[in-house]
Design a protein around this ligand. Structure first.
Ligand SMILES: Cc1ncc(COP(=O)(O)O)c(C=O)c1O
Length: 386
């Protein structure tokens, strides 16, 4: 055994490898159709690739400024003002990050002190809880209600204590596909008014929202922007999850602290890709068509598996469809998901890892429909045979 083995004192002895890594690895081992991890199996736009190449050839290959390329921050400021009516100053209130993941890590670490409590809604994207705990904070989990996964705001009010420092919201929501309504935001405003509670708003699926529902960005609500950190990702919107570029918007007094940490986590992020996005996001047509693009895929998958024994749960946004398999099996979701890979060569994601306690998860799986229509048709054939 290595000499230093006993010296490593885990900060997270119970933390497992991310469920996405586990399922994707198993999917490739068994040659399964992969509806597990949330990434497209189709390419991003050729023009975007051409822009990255262009800037690489042009020599934009050295460190970017710490908060990001100014031209990109200016383009984002314009976009956010046009879409949501809020003004964020490119110099002081916008920072480009290595994906939303780094923005989330930095946001939580900037604001959470030992003993602080953070309200997190379950099922929860798996990057929130561990980071809160790394900072010696305490996640306070509140269950969203099956089958439409709405938030009971009375429960939120009851969970607020003098230690509550932050509420993390995520709309459209991974894994459930639920979205926050104006009514939800009204409750949120009432709850935080007059408190010292910050809002981290994970909006990475802001453009993937269906049935003409409006995305309730925190940027629409001046009552929240003063205490809000809005986080989004180019990966989801532009089919470039592997480029790991995202951003955070926050008022200057918060962003100043955020950047103190950001500079020592990564300093700056990929330069030619930032230049390419600065050009590319000026064209609204990409994200304007994205709803329709993914709504088609949601409906295709839904229609194809309607006759199956899976119960299809509501999906208002994101590129995930939740299905209940109670009519097929009563085994826990983790075992059932592994069984599907081994016996039927189809990979999904069990939702128990999105809960602090697997007991709350029920018999539900998450299917990613950011896939070619052909992949979805093949997957549906398999699902209908189960
Ligand atoms: C809700 C949510 N937040 C954040 C992220 C991370 O985004 P990024 O790949 O830009 O780090 C994801 C990715 O799946 C997500 O689903």
């Amino acid at each position: 055994m290595n000499k230093t083995h006993q010296l490593v004192k885990s900060k997270h002895p119970n933390l497992q490898l991310s469920i996405f890594a586990v399922m994707s690895q198993m999917a490739s081992e068994y040659g399964a159709i992969n509806l597990s991890q949330g990434f497209p199996d189709f390419n991003c736009s050729n023009r975007l690739i051409e822009r990255v190449n262009h800037y690489m050839e042009k020599g934009k290959n050295q460190y970017a400024p710490m908060p990001g390329i100014l031209k990109l921050r200016e383009a984002l400021a314009e976009k956010v003002e046009e879409l949501y009516g809020a003004q964020f100053h490119p110099d002081t209130e916008i920072t480009i990050t290595a994906g939303a993941t780094q923005a989330l890590y930095t946001a939580i670490t900037t604001l959470i002190h030992p003993g602080d409590e953070v309200i997190v809604f379950e099922p929860a994207y798996d990057a929130y809880g561990p980071v809160i705990e790394y900072n010696a904070g305490k996640p306070v989990y509140i269950n969203m209600r099956y089958p439409d996964y709405r938030i009971n705001w009375d429960e939120v009010q009851d969970a607020i204590s003098d230690k509550t420092r932050m509420i993390i919201i995520n709309s459209p929501h991974n894994p459930t596909g639920a979205v926050l309504s104006p009514e939800d935001i009204k409750y949120l405003i009432q709850i935080v008014q007059g408190t010292g509670i910050f809002i981290v708003s994970d909006e990475v699926y802001e453009h993937i929202i269906f049935d003409d529902i409006r995305h309730e960005s925190v940027a629409r609500y001046p009552e929240l922007t003063d205490r809000g950190l809005i986080i989004s990702s180019f990966g989801k919107t532009y089919h470039t999850t592997g480029w790991k570029i995202g951003y955070c918007l926050a008022p200057e007094h918060i962003m100043t602290e955020f950047r103190k940490l950001h500079q020592f986590i990564t300093f700056a992020v990929n330069t030619p890709v930032q230049w390419a996005f600065a050009d590319y996001i000026k064209d609204d047509s990409h994200y304007e068509q994205l709803r329709e693009f993914y709504q088609h895929k949601r409906d295709l998958l839904k229609n194809l598996i309607t006759g199956s024994r899976f119960r299809i749960l509501p999906c208002k946004g994101t590129y995930f469809q939740m299905v209940d398999y109670e009519q097929i099996s009563q085994v826990p979701d983790m075992d059932f998901a592994k069984q599907l890979i081994r016996e039927h060569k189809i990979a999904t994601v069990p939702i128990s890892p999105f809960y602090e306690s697997a007991r709350n998860a029920r018999h539900v799986l998450r299917l990613c429909f950011a896939k070619k229509d052909d992949t979805l048709k093949k997957a549906a054939e398999v699902l209908c045979r189960i």
